[in-house]
Design a protein around this ligand. Structure first.
Ligand SMILES: [Zn+2]
Length: 101
């Protein structure tokens, strides 16, 4: 009789442990399956990225014309860009606040 109770207790404990572990086993199986799928289908098409630096447009600081960055003229400071040397010379390099009030 004593062994029967122990066997029942052990079986109950086993059932409880199994019921608690089962989700993890399922998760483990899913992870393994996903890993297998990932190793099989790694053929992702490589999308060629065009460098946007060549097509970049900058605005002339003097006349406001949009020009490609390659043709833009920059000051030595590099903060402003101009479409032509005329705009470069026309635009005052140092902005002085002459307007009082
Ligand atoms: Zn300009």
């Amino acid at each position: 009789m004593k062994y029967l109770i122990i066997a029942a207790l052990v079986s109950i404990v086993l059932v409880i442990v199994y019921s608690r572990v089962r989700p993890y086993l399922k998760l483990f199986r899913k992870v393994v399956e996903s890993l297998n799928v990932a190793t099989e289908g790694t053929a992702t098409p490589a999308t060629p990225e065009r460098t946007p630096s060549k097509n970049k447009l900058v605005r002339c600081d003097s006349c406001g014309t949009w020009i490609p960055a390659e043709r833009a003229l920059h000051l030595s400071s590099g903060l402003a860009s101009y479409c032509s040397s005329e705009c470069l010379t026309k635009n005052p390099q140092t902005k002085e606040r002459k307007l009082a009030g």
